[in-house]
Design a protein around this ligand. Structure first.
Ligand code: FAD
Ligand code: AMP
Length: 478
């Protein structure tokens, strides 16, 4: 007889591993199947996020920023030093140690919570049976009352620039360079392209970003995307908008890239090329033909608002389903699904999922932007506060960017918080907490904020919505 669990999760990324831990905490017998192995051939839990995504990219962003500051940012503080050097293999090695610590931490959490960790490729069969193909090729079938599919996503390949994992790489390869490329090309000015482009630019690469769209950061508030384009360009990223890559040819250790823009066909040569044109859901060999689970027209597992698939008792979460491809979205979907399996009526607020781009300055937002609200015909009041007027930002010599709070003109309810500047992600999270509880701009303005903090910029922007900012001249009069 095959083993039977209350919950079987396929995939141990931030969607799957969080769901598995939560299920075990709620007293459900739980197994989690994962196939990913690290360079040493050992099972590595944590998915894209911990192994080749959020965490390693932030590790390199932080290291490269420190190098950049050590070179160009210390003199203004009166710190004089010479001869700062860089050791790329050590930087990449530090990143690998962080990854190892976190992925083995997930294994420890599984043990501590009683989650059964199963290594292999999981495939959903009919009748909530799951076939596991183990590393040695043997096959086992287990059963579940409930199945959670969390297989994540993988980078999109484009025919004009096929990844060879040497000169042309995807985001995973771009986390592994052992030396700084002199001329680095990036296809795609999305979150991943900008973050990875920033890492290598700060370390000395000449970076050119080729983006097919004419608009920069389409999803961001226009004021933020304008400021971001200006600042990133000033930092040395050559961002070419309206530049569609049409072909490439690798010649030894360099690649000649063809692209078209408004002036016609062009070529440019790079030593390395990162393809960062988005990600697609992983569904290869995930579902038996008679599993009953369906995909939508874009290849995502079809789910309802509560992540239920077309088969009762089978759910799907994270990058493999509709919505933003973000670790925190995946994790919260996992929690929602497990709590609903337990009979709770848990809902997820999809309107308040924060987005962050970890460039410098950081870019983050939650809720709607001004152009979206205008298009919906919603009348708004806007308050903006520049970090140039923040004492804390001045002390840190980090004064670029601003906080923008958008509130409904009729009710004063905050509808969006948009930040470009230091600690943008943390500031936006404060806005998200307020918005979850239906805060008005006036509520935020009435709160006591510690001084001196960057958070005061959020306070002042909220006050500015109704013409009450103290530390800048108000555009709107009370
Ligand atoms: P994944 O993390 O992709 O995990 C899925 C797991 O399932 C994988 O380990 C895979 O091996 C396993 N799997 C797949 N199929 C099977 C199968 N059939 N059997 C067994 N196992 C299987 N998001 C953020 O929120 N913040 C960031 O800063 C951020 N930075 C990023 C930077 C980069 C460079 C990249 C690439 C991504 C980044 N993301 C970030 C996105 C984030 O990593 C994903 O949204 C998140 O990992 C999705 O979680 P998931 O659990 O759905 O899938
Ligand atoms: P994201 O989906 O946010 O990761 O961003 C990927 C970006 O890559 C999008 O803005 C696309 O417009 C861009 N893109 C996709 N294909 C190409 C291409 N052939 N040339 C240049 N940019 C591209």
């Amino acid at each position: 007889m095959s083993q039977k669990f209350d919950v079987v999760v396929i995939g141990a990324g931030p969607g799957g591993y969080v769901a598995a831990i939560k299920a075990a905490q709620l007293g459900l017998s739980t197994a989690c199947i994962e196939k990913y192995t690290d360079k040493e051939g050992k099972l590595a839990l944590g998915g894209t996020c911990l192994n080749v995504g959020c965490i390693p990219s932030k590790a390199l962003l932080d290291s490269s920023w420190k190098f950049h500051e050590a070179q160009d940012g210390f003199a203004i503080h009166g710190i004089n030093h010479a001869g700062v050097t860089m050791d790329v293999p050590a930087m990449v090695g530090r990143k690998a140690n962080i990854v190892k610590g976190l992925t083995s931490g997930v294994a420890t959490l599984f043990k501590a919570n009683g989650v059964t960790s199963l290594q292999g490729h999981g495939k959903l069969l009919a009748g909530k049976k799951i076939e596991i193909t183990k590393p040695d090729g043997s096959v086992e079938v287990i059963e579940a009352e409930n199945v959670i599919l969390a297989p994540g996503s993988r980078p999109i390949d484009i025919p004009p620039a096929p990844v060879d994992n040497n000169v042309i790489v995807d985001s995973t390869g771009a986390l592994e360079f052992q030396a700084v490329p002199k001329r680095l090309g990036v296809i795609g000015a999305g979150v991943i392209g900008l973050e990875l482009g920033s890492v290598w630019s700060r370390l000395g690469a000449e970076v050119t970003v080729l983006e097919a769209l004419d608009t920069f950061l389409l999803a961001a508030d226009t004021a933020v995307s304008k400021e971001a384009l200006k600042t990133l360009t000033k930092q040395g990223l050559d961002i070419k908008l309206g530049a569609r890559v049409t072909g490439s040819k690798v010649n030894g250790e360099e690649v000649v890239v063809n692209y078209t823009d408004k002036d016609g066909e062009k070529t440019i040569t790079f030593d390395k090329l990162i393809v960062a044109v988005g990600r697609r859901p992983v569904t290869t060999d995930l579902l038996a033909a008679d599993s009953g689970v369906t995909l939508d027209e874009r290849g995502y597992v079809h789910v309802d608002d509560h992540c239920a698939t077309t088969v009762p008792g089978v759910y799907a979460i994270g990058d493999v389903v509709r919505g933003m491809m973000l670790a925190h979205k995946a994790s919260e979907e996992g929690i929602m699904v497990v709590e609903r399996i337990k009979g709770h009526k848990t809902q997820m607020n999809y309107d308040l999922i924060p987005s962050v781009i970890y460039t410098h300055p950081e870019i983050a937002w939650v809720g709607k932007n001004e152009q979206q609200l205008k298009a919906e015909g919603v009348e708004v009041n806007v308050g903006t506060f520049p970090f140039a007027a923040s004492g804390r930002a001045m002390a840190a010599n980090d004064t670029g960017g601003f906080v923008k709070v958008i509130a409904d003109a009729k009710t004063d309810r905050v509808l969006g918080v948009h930040v470009i500047g230091p600690s943008a992600a943390e500031l936006v999270q404060q806005g998200a907490i307020g918005m979850e509880f239906g805060t008005s701009a006036e509520d935020l303005g009435m709160m006591v904020f510690s001084h001196p903090t960057l958070s005061e910029a959020l306070h002042e922007a909220a006050l500015a919505v109704n013409g009450g900012a103290i530390h800048i001249a108000n555009r709107k009069k009370r």
